[in-house]
Design a binder for this molecule. Structure first.
Ligand SMILES: Cc1ncc(COP(=O)(O)O)c(C=O)c1O
Length: 389
């Protein structure tokens, strides 16, 4: 059997060495605690689950859905964007439902990228942008994110020849893995840049509503002229603790939404309708559950910050996302080695920054999606490790 090049080209699983170490530790009876995964531990709120239960009994919902999503779902997304971002969207042309934003992100390059074309991706970053570009036959150029620039790309430094071949610039704020947030001024600059270079901006707003200290994350569509050159991926996964239900949306430029819908409709048959109904309930309800969840994450964030600082790691206080991004202590430079050392000495797993790209080297990512009890146990082990050093 000979596999296609796109499979042969898939990068090795960067977490592999640590995974082996985790298995080894578990087989030795060590109680391993993972702070590596960004998947909310808190359940989907009851009223949303009750809505799924109710709509699962509707016979209409037992049939194939449409790829673009129920009109009611798209109208609810339009209401959400209007109330939350003051952005007006046409439900019939500017919104499509997705089976999680990962699905839309993975399909978008099929609409834009031909062999030889380039995606501009920010590094460190969510790996799907690059892999989906490779699947479409294109290649990715990494635009570094650096702490000194607040983890924002410097668009002025991108090579002119690269720009000529580029079709998409991927952005993601609040950012995974750095937790950085974008200013509206940055989005304005990016939209102007996209207009002058005729490049689509695909903004990933998956962490829009996981925010702390009264911070409110903007949508890129709040910028004048954004709809000419941008689409945005938004998701119910992190906002409503709904990662398991797989529902999200792409919104923005009508031609892009049309192309994405056409590609998608040849690949999938949309999101189960009862889940779309459940999502309507989630989006139409008051923001109480979001506020409650964010308070829990914020308390966890503050506990993590304290212990990391005791360990000698330099860390900014993130305003959003499910992650704390920390610079390795003086004398340590390899994030994989440092993460392996933590597993070895404490049984606590963190993600090496290098897993997200070369510019992530020298950092680790800690996720806040673990129960308070397990987090406290992990932090007490890390504190003890710090006191031994
Ligand atoms: C930056 C980013 N974008 C998109 C996703 C995908 O989220 P979903 O497919 O659950 O909407 C994730 C998931 O962790 C993510 O971190």
């Amino acid at each position: 059997m000979k596999f296609a090049q796109r499979v042969e080209q898939l990068p090795p699983y960067l977490f592999a060495a640590i995974s082996r170490l985790i298995e080894e530790k578990k087989s030795q009876g060590v109680d391993v605690i993972s702070l590596g995964i960004g998947d909310p531990d808190l359940p989907t709120p009851n009223h949303i689950l009750e809505s799924l239960n109710k709509y699962s009994f509707v016979p209409e919902n037992h049939r194939y859905p449409e790829s673009e999503g129920l009109p009611e779902f798209r109208e609810a997304v339009a209401r959400w964007y209007s109330n939350r971002h003051n952005v007006i969207l046409d439900p019939s042309t500017e919104i499509v439902s997705l089976i999680g934003s990962k699905e839309g992100i993975a399909h978008l390059p099929l609409c834009f990228i031909d062999p030889g074309d380039i995606s501009l991706i920010t590094d460190p970053g969510y790996p799907v942008y690059e892999i989906a570009t490779m699947f479409a036959g294109g290649s990715s150029i990494r635009v570094p994110l650096e702490e000194k620039n607040g983890w924002m790309p410097d668009l002025k430094t991108i090579d002119k020849d690269v720009i000529k071949k580029s079709k998409i610039l991927w952005l993601n704020y609040p950012n995974n893995p750095t937790g950085a947030v974008a200013t509206k001024a940055f989005f304005e600059e990016a939209i102007e840049w996209a207009h002058s270079n005729d490049i689509l901006i695909a903004h990933d707003l998956a962490y829009a509503d996981v925010t702390f200290d009264d911070y409110v994350a903007p949508s890129i569509l709040e910028i004048n002229g954004a709809k000419d050159v941008a689409i945005e991926f938004n998701s119910l996964s992190k906002t409503f603790n709904m990662t398991g239900w797989r529902i999200a949306m792409a919104v923005g430029n009508a031609d892009v939404i049309d192309a994405l819908t056409r590609v998608k409709s040849n690949m999938d048959s949309g999101v189960p309708q009862a889940i779309q109904q459940m999502a309507i309930t989630a989006m139409d309800d008051p923001r109480d559950s979001i506020t409650v969840h964010n308070k829990i994450y914020q308390i966890r964030r503050d506990k993590v910050l304290k212990v990391l600082r005791d360990l000698g790691l330099q860390v900014e206080t993130p305003k959003a996302s499910l992650y704390v991004w920390a610079k390795l202590p003086e004398g340590e430079s390899n994030s994989g080695d440092y993460a392996a050392q933590l597993v070895e000495e404490t049984g606590v797993v963190v993600t090496p920054g290098s897993s997200y790209g070369i510019s992530g080297e020298g950092y680790i990512r800690i996720s806040l999606t673990i129960s308070d009890e397990r987090l406290d146990e992990a932090l007490s082990r890390l504190s003890e490790f710090a006191s031994r050093k």
